[in-house]
Design a protein around this ligand. Structure first.
Ligand code: THU
Length: 137
């Protein structure tokens, strides 16, 4: 299947979804809310927000929440990811590893809460020299 071409309209929808889901973040400890929205190959938007825990190490990041939700709903082909946080930081290392499992070429657009584009790169640019299934054959 040809990779879906992502339009600016797709990005607008994705960014709106990421900004909306960010409001649902459970971040009472860090107060750092993150919203993630994935666009699937068949045009669906799947979202995730960070979910912290009193046992801090159990925190789940927005990006991994979105991926887990998408896979559970039967989606494994992703064409774009929008991320919203107050600092415009990129995904953490663990999330980069989880994202690369499914979508190394996927563009990740990082956006500030007011909706302004901060930066954009692909997952493989964010995680050079990755570990993936090719190591296991
Ligand atoms: N966080 C994410 O949701 N995604 C990342 O890629 C980086 C960090 C969350 C985890 C925690 O709830 C808060 O941001 C501060 O680390």
């Amino acid at each position: 299947m040809a990779t879906k071409k992502i339009t600016e309209r797709d990005w607008e929808r994705l960014i709106r979804a990421a900004r909306d889901v960010r409001k649902r973040a459970h971040a009472p400890y860090s107060k750092y809310r993150v919203g993630a929205a994935l666009l699937t190959q068949d045009g669906k938007i799947i979202t995730g927000c960070n979910v912290e825990n009193a046992s801090y190490g159990l925190t789940i990041c927005a990006e991994r929440g979105a991926i887990c939700s998408a896979v559970a709903q039967g989606h494994r082909k992703f064409v774009a990811l929008a991320l919203v946080s107050s600092s415009g930081a990129g995904p953490c290392g663990a999330c980069r590893q989880v994202l690369v499992e499914f979508a190394p070429e996927m563009p990740v657009r990082i956006v500030l809460p007011a909706g302004k584009k901060h930066r954009q790169s692909t997952v493989e640019e964010l995680l050079p020299s990755r570990f993936d299934s090719s190591a296991l054959t």
